[in-house]
Design a protein. Structure first.
Length: 685
């Protein structure tokens, strides 16, 4: 080698964590050379990840170095929604934003609304410095309910918190009910464990209105109508009780309200339930027998089944089942929807709600952002919203009834700041568009809702262009707003250390990238639920005190399948396999796999409407129209269509996506959205 030639810099590996809204929360290893991220892999030393990543996150460098990545601050120069911007300096953007927010806050700080969710699941780049900033300001609070709050409240009223069996022990189960989950697409590492159980003789049953990729790989598919899961769970209870497939000692020692639940379940015979759910009565009987006579039996719930009016009751009903049979006695028995309640995260220390100093700003439900932006001065929403700061979310694409969301964000008198990595649908409506870092460029720390490990994310590369972390943007704004408390200058690494305090050894996180929580293998084998009674609460006194039904029940949909002559089809909108909410839609390799927005439709429904496979159709109801291609497919059951999401609106055939059709109605508990409680009709476009 010539003596003057530069010495090659050896590649290094940086430990990190996947930031996306998925229960797997994978441990990452990023290979970096000369400051460039070459490859992202799963960390083989992390048991839950086992060196394997989904196809989406395997393409993370493609996303980070995307040619359309937003790398400079931008200011709007065209009409809202036109996507026309000019480049500005950070100082110019921050000074103007601070001045505008100051002026609004002087009138009423509640006229300012943060809008964010789980574009990152990180505790630091999520709601740490952002929470401090908006609490100090006294801005309106955001009720962050768009994904999981119905199920979360249901678990809290039943088990006492977002807790369940440990995911690794699904591999030892003899029966697994995969309920409301397309695990192959959205919970890959659980699916690996389910496959291991299957190889060891376990029976797998998928309960889902759609014949998903997961349903195809299970031994049996129970293809019920959307919104009828609670009825099915109650029918299983009916059969467990009638046939005495019960663990009487566990019920007596570790549950509350069995006699009342028995009376409720007796109303749900397999025949009655079959008519409600649209499945054969004998299939219900057989499923109950399998569940009642197989130990250990495990249930993997996911959030799809709680996105209907009765979603909370449905989760409550399913969460009661393991206590009836004593499945909790086994480490491979029980139910898992979320493990998030096991984590001792100190969110108050990160977000500092004490900065409100006794003020009680109004709360806006993020599900109803369309109405909130349009209904100024109403009794429901209060004073007009004059400014919205959007980060970690894309509400124009993901919020329901998006026609109203668009009209709200199109208000010329609404000052909108969007902190983003790309020009999303929401970014097109920004007055200022600020470039955000990706996971490869910042510190963060992560809990999980699918396993029980804490993960640390180190920055693998320097921020590209002029991108800044969310935390730095809010530090900069705080300084310009005159918030001079040192807590607004705390570093990201310091915030990572603060997140779990002495509950997690930070040195272990620095060394290996993850640390396991001390959770018993069979956490409820001897009861000791984190509920007020210490028991699984079939009957919730807390619900009863609110004037609500203390027992789980079937609560019919807002829009009951088969109830409308104008809109005879029920529509669900499960995620496309290669997207995650609205993330990855613009990654070309993944978009090429998905092809284009589609609606899955059963052959009988298509034939009745003269619709052919691959034809362009109009899906519509009173809320709007959505134009897409139809796929005549056995994945759809008769009477139900599947509008795969969530495509950006600008990628749609007519500039809309499936959320043009969904409603802003809420669930029975948790104030959550009802994306899968939606009636439509379909015609050739």
């Amino acid at each position: 080698m010539d003596a003057s030639s530069p010495v090659p810099v050896p590649a290094r590996q940086v430990r990190g964590a996947c930031p996306h809204d998925c229960p797997d929360t994978c441990a990452l290893i990023t290979t970096v050379q000369d400051g460039v991220a070459l490859r992202v892999q799963g960390n083989p030393e992390h048991a839950a990840t086992a060196g394997v990543l989904c196809n989406k996150v395997s393409h993370y460098p493609e996303r980070t170095y995307h040619p359309e990545r937003l790398l400079q601050p931008m200011r709007r120069v065209g009409p809202k929604g036109s996507g026309r911007f000019e480049r500005v300096a950070w100082d110019t953007a921050l000074a103007d934003i601070a001045a505008r927010l100051k002026a609004i806050a002087a009138r009423d700080p509640q006229a300012i609304l943060p809008y964010s969710y789980c574009g990152t699941m990180g505790l630091v780049q999520g709601e740490s410095m952002a929470g401090r900033f908006f609490h100090q300001l006294g801005a309106s609070l955001l009720d962050r309910t768009i994904c999981a709050s119905a199920g979360a409240e249901a678990l809290t009223y039943t088990l006492g918190g977002k807790v369940g069996m440990k995911v690794e022990f699904f591999a030892e189960a003899k029966l697994i009910l995969v309920w409301g989950s397309n695990s192959i697409a959205s919970n890959l590492h659980f699916w690996r464990l389910a496959q291991e159980a299957k190889r060891n003789g376990a029976r797998l049953v998928c309960i889902d209105p759609r014949r998903s990729e997961t349903a195809e790989k299970c031994h049996e598919h129970v293809q019920l109508l959307p919104g009828t899961d609670a009825a099915l769970a109650l029918a299983l209870m009916h059969e467990l009780i009638a046939n005495d497939w019960l663990d009487h000692e566990y019920i007596a020692s570790h549950t509350v309200g069995f006699e009342a639940l028995r009376e409720r379940a007796q109303r749900w015979s397999p025949e009655r339930t079959a008519a409600v759910c649209g499945v054969p009565a004998q299939q219900i009987r057989d499923l109950a027998r399998a569940y009642g006579t197989t130990q250990p039996a495990a249930i993997r719930l996911n959030y799809g089944m709680q996105r209907v009016r009765g979603g909370g009751n449905a989760v409550r009903a399913v969460a009661c089942l393991p206590a009836l049979t004593g499945a909790w006695r086994h480490r491979a028995g029980g139910v898992l929807l979320s493990s998030g309640g096991f984590y001792p995260a100190d969110r108050a220390a990160l977000q500092r709600p004490d900065l409100l100093a006794g003020r009680t700003p109004r709360t806006i439900n993020m599900v109803q952002i369309g109405d909130a932006l349009l209904h100024a001065g109403s009794a429901q929403f209060g004073p007009r919203i004059d400014a919205v700061v959007v980060y970690n979310s894309n509400p124009v694409a993901v919020a329901p009834e998006s026609g109203r969301v668009v009209r709200g964000f199109a208000r010329e008198d609404l000052f909108t700041v969007v902190i983003e990595q790309f020009r999303t649908d929401t970014a097109d409506y920004a007055d200022y568009l600020l470039p955000a870092t990706t996971q490869l460029e910042h510190w963060d720390i992560h809990a999980s809702y699918g396993h029980t490990d804490v993960l640390l994310n180190r920055p693998a590369i320097a921020p590209l262009g002029e991108a800044r972390t969310n935390t730095q943007v809010f530090r900069d704004l705080a300084a310009r707003m005159g918030f001079d408390d040192p807590l607004f200058r705390e570093s990201d690494e310091s915030l990572c250390r603060l997140a779990f305090g002495d509950q997690v050894d930070f040195d272990v996180l620095l060394q290996q990238g993850f640390a396991s929580l001390r959770v018993p293998d069979a956490p409820f084998a001897e009861g000791r639920f984190p509920s007020p009674s210490g028991r699984c609460e079939f009957f919730s006194e807390r619900l009863a005190r609110q004037g609500l039904d203390g027992l789980p029940d079937h609560v019919p949909n807002h829009e009951v399948p088969g109830s409308s002559a104008h809109y005879p089809l029920a529509m669900i909108s499960p995620p496309a396999r290669n997207f995650l909410n609205s993330t990855f839609v613009n990654v070309q390799s993944l978009r090429d796999i998905e092809g284009e927005p589609i609606l899955e439709m059963h052959a009988s429904d298509a034939a009745a409407r003269g619709i052919q496979d691959a034809q362009v159709v109009c899906v519509f109801n009173d809320r709007g129209e959505y134009v897409c291609k139809v796929r005549v497919s056995p994945r759809a059951r008769p009477g139900v269509v599947n509008g795969l999401g969530i495509w950006w609106r600008k990628a749609g055939l007519a500039g809309t996506n499936v959320n043009q059709l969904t409603s802003q109605k809420l669930t029975d508990m948790g104030r959550a959205p009802v994306f899968y409680d939606c009636l439509v009709e379909v015609r050739p476009a």
